[in-house]
Design a protein around this ligand. Sequence first.
Ligand SMILES: Cc1cc2nc3c(=O)[nH]c(=O)nc-3n(C[C@H](O)[C@H](O)[C@H](O)COP(=O)(O)O)c2cc1C
Length: 309
Amino acid sequence: MADLDCTVDLGRGLRLRTPVLTASGTFAYGFDAPLVDRGALGAIVTKGTTLRPRSGNSPARIAETPSGMLNAIGLQNPGVDAVRREYAPRWAAWDLPVIVNVAGDRLEDYVEVVRRLDGVPGVSGIELNVSCPNVAAGMQFGVDARLAAQLTAAVRAATSLHLMVKLTPNVTELVPIARAVADAGADSVSAVNTYVGMAIDLRRRRPVLANEVGGLSGPAIKPLALHAVWEVVPAVSIPVVGMGGISGPQDALEFLLAGAAAVQLGTVNYVNPNAAREVLDGIRGYALERGWSDLRPFPLRASPVPSHA
Ligand SMILES: Cc1cc2nc3c(=O)[nH]c(=O)nc-3n(C[C@H](O)[C@H](O)[C@H](O)COP(=O)(O)O)c2cc1C
């Protein structure tokens, strides 16, 4: 059987050997998942990393829902300096690119985190989590096209690394925000982050999560996330990395058909450590059955530029 070229070029030197990535917050910094078959992965995306260490929210920080989970971890992370000094040297010895997810509540903090990661061996790219509240403006960067563009432009100027901007779906219209960050210098966009939700404990008569609200992920959000990707792909001329509720090959294939250049797996990692391998095998099987030699024929609609270079 002919072999399939699974590589994906996301641009600015970020070339992935497969289109399957781990999603931020579900794979920590890549050291604690011995059961996951790394050979199936194109890259690891880390937990959201901030300028200073954060201990996160108090418990309960996670709640199960019938087809997904709510989380309000509160960006628990060791801070950028620990990441740079302790983790990056270990990543540098891997054959797998690591994309650091970056968070902050002030534009200056994001810029500083990215500046400290720029040129550090072992760091192959930045994923900008724009779903953080901007202290000055009092709203999330990612819900306002102008703020999202300002943040993207400032971070763009601070790094020569691949810059992926992760969109929040908690907006009325996603497309203008995707366009704004693309115009401001993003190399790719990833879509989507979690949907805001909550659960209430009937017996204790209070919200289940200590933070009251959290982010909904898992199978419940897949049709919504797929639609978000479907909308964003034709609106931008940079690659779109799709995620949200992917629980197996069928879901991942739908995202690739919708035009995603690659997919991220999040919540599924908690229930099936073999998911990345199964998804990759499913993608390979689908393409090979159709006689394709690479991933370029996937998108159902022509995009403004080829999303698989
Ligand atoms: C426990 C948990 C922690 C997360 N932490 C982050 C984070 O730090 N930064 C971020 O951008 N997204 C974070 N996410 C969102 C995921 O990366 C992903 O966008 C979302 O869960 C949807 O994908 P899924 O349904 O496959 O999990 C987190 C998700 C979960 C479940």
